[in-house]
Design a protein around this ligand. Structure first.
Ligand code: JFZ
Length: 454
């Protein structure tokens, strides 16, 4: 009997030892990315202290007209960069916390707009480069509870996302942090950080806050941000340390490629394109483009470069046709409301998605290529029947699909159900469009029943 007990205790001790040493598996669980590959469309939000300034400070407006040429990248409009671009003293910028008071913020209203736009997931800047946390962080006092607003915006948004069935994720600036004296600043000529100094920020703020975000909110994804000049601090070792932290604390949380843009390695869940960068070709791994409605991400009161909703719809379809996602950004105003032009565009997207979303959500790329430039193909099977969708962005007279007519059983306009005639044309299939089809100039989608996957 004694022997059995000793043996039993030994086994426990041994297995505990093994467990303690067992390294965390960094590799993504392929099941986790499934929703992302179906859901295709997300809304991104940049909101923070910079929103108060709205792109200008002491009479200087961020635009290409001002000299910020010392910044190697020319994204002069980016209002969330105002502290660096206009060289605002640290203390003055951080004092903005004393006036952060988005009294009209209403999480339910925001997420209702997200839902109505047809988006399936939501990402918000939990902490941008300025280092300010939009949640009640126990790790750093530079957070929303130390403002007149004193409400945990993330907690309210997470509750609304759950209510509306929207997946949610957080942008977290893991490399740059302009508040922490040891966090990285964009370029070495501004302030140099030794690796030892950065390590203090890394262990003292970055890793604990990421862990806090996961434990508090259980996010569906984390959106980290680097773009290729971060290598000195975000080494493969630190990248993997951060991935390990996420994997150890969440079974579901996706990680984006910008955790180390130039060197994401094999263990991220999806790749991230550059800002407003729309690839021309299909990509093997899951991927996403994040894009702006204006030029700036954060609210910019003088950035009137609002792009039309039609362009966003085209981006969404274009990416879906190449197996990718689209996260469209909004920069809310300092009072907590979404800008009117942003809401108008969301609703236009919602209208298109309401009628045509079938061609995008849950749809996959098609191996066939067409010679027309602004036509994107997607396909999906519904109840065992395969459908191919021809998404036509700009008005066209006709189109030839290089596939035998026998492949197609019928063709209708997706929105209205109007039948469209298919004509054999040599080895291909010709569709001649009635002029009336493009009357309102928004993308038109045709739905073709096919004998096989294309
Ligand atoms: C980064 C952030 O700096 C920006 O504020 C915003 O949050 C955006 C989503 O991500 O932007 C970039 C991205 C790429 C480059 C520079 C800034 N780049 O390629 O030089």
């Amino acid at each position: 009997m004694r022997k059995t007990i000793v043996l039993y205790l030994l086994t426990i001790l041994l297995s505990a030892g093994i467990n303690a040493q067992k390294p965390v598996d960094l590799s993504p669980n392929p099941k986790n990315i499934e929703w992302f590959n179906k859901d295709r469309f997300g809304i991104f939000v940049h909101f923070g202290l910079y929103s108060i300034l709205g792109g200008s400070y002491e009479g200087t407006i961020l635009s290409p007209d001002i000299d910020t040429t010392k910044f190697p990248h020319s994204r002069t409009w980016y209002a969330e960069w105002i502290q660096m671009k206009l060289n605002i003293p640290r203390k003055d910028y951080q004092d903005l916390a004393k006036s952060f008071n988005p009294v009209n913020f209403n999480a339910d209203e925001w997420i209702r707009e997200v839902k109505n736009a047809g988006a399936k997931y939501f990402i918000i800047t939990a902490k941008h480069h300025d280092g300010f946390a939009l949640w009640n962080s126990k790790v750093s006092d530079f957070n929303i509870m130390h403002t007149p607003f004193k409400r945990d915006i993330l907690a309210e948004l997470v509750a609304a996302c759950k209510k509306y069935g929207i997946k949610y994720g957080f942008y977290y600036s893991h490399w740059q942090d302009w508040e922490d004296p040891n966090g990285a600043v964009p370029y070495d000529f501004i302030e140099k950080r030794s690796s030892e100094a950065f390590e203090k920020y890394w262990q003292g703020k970055c890793l604990p806050q990421v862990k806090e975000l996961i434990q508090k909110f259980d996010p569906d994804l984390l959106w980290f941000d680097t773009w290729g000049t971060e290598g000195q601090h975000i080494t493969p070792k630190r990248r993997d340390e951060l991935i390990a932290l996420v994997r150890a604390n969440s079974k579901k949380c996706l990680i984006n490629g910008r955790i180390a843009y130039a060197n994401p390695g094999e263990n991220v869940d999806f790749l991230e394109m550059g800002d407003n960068e729309f690839p021309k070709e299909k990509i093997g791994k899951a991927w996403e483009t994040s894009g702006t409605m204006q030029n700036s991400w954060g609210w910019h009161a003088y950035d009137f470069n609002w792009k039309p909703a039609k362009e966003f719809i085209a981006n969404l379809i274009g990416n879906a046709s190449k197996g990718g996602n689209y996260a469209l950004n909004i920069g809310p105003k300092p009072d907590g409301t979404l800008p009117v032009p942003a809401i108008a565009r969301l609703r236009e997207m919602g209208a298109w998605n309401f009628a045509n979303g079938e061609a995008v959500f849950g749809a996959s790329p098609v191996s066939l290529t067409l010679s027309e430039k602004d036509v994107y193909l997607t396909q999906k099977s519904i109840e065992g029947i395969n459908y191919v969708y021809i998404n036509i962005i700009k008005p066209l007279d006709k189109i030839t699909i290089p596939t035998d007519i026998a492949t197609f059983k019928d063709c209708v306009v997706l929105e209205t159900g109007m039948p469209v005639k298919l004509v054999a044309d040599g080895t291909g299939t010709l569709i001649v469009f009635p002029k009336s089809l493009f009357k309102d100039c928004s993308p038109v989608t045709l739905k073709l029943r096919t004998t096989d996957k294309l």
